[in-house]
Design a protein around this ligand. Sequence first.
Ligand code: HEC
Length: 155
Amino acid sequence: MKNCKLSWTLVVVLAIVVAIFGYKFTVGEVQPSDDGRQAVMLSKDERNALLLEMRTWLLNSQKILAASAEKDFAGVVSAAKESGMAAEADTPGSLFRKIPIEMKTLGFDTRGKFDDIAADAEQHKDSDRIVSKLSVAMNNCIACHAMYRFVETEQ
Ligand code: HEC
């Protein structure tokens, strides 16, 4: 009987721990920002890592446009792949807990769209299709920038 009570207590405690972790994972480490956006609170290194990823996205978006104007489809494929899901491996693991779920979803969707540009360029070799897909992908840039900013926490 005593053992039974103990295991129920354990189940309840574990359920609470799981719920807290789940909540943290979903909500992330955010605070309201006075510019109307949500501030994602990060360490200096995490913020720098994400801003570097951002500049890589901008760089590769320009490379995709320049290469499609030249009908250099191999160039399109390699630039798009550099912004795709494979590059996610460079993201520090600690960020998964801090980034809210909507932001993660938008981020993964953006990577998926770059992989789709790579696959499409390989198959169709068609600049119009590439430009149109890139313009759709860049709506994600606009949407996320309208919602979030990265703020460095004091250490
Ligand atoms: C999932 C959210 C998200 C997506 C998608 C996203 N960004 Fe960002 N980006 C941010 C946030 C947040 C910042 C920091 C803004 C701030 O703190 O004011 C940022 C900053 C930047 C910066 C500034 C980098 C620096 O060094 O200061 C550039 C450039 C940038 N993004 C480019 C892009 C481009 C191009 C895309 C689309 C291909 C994109 N971003 C998609 C969230 C996102």
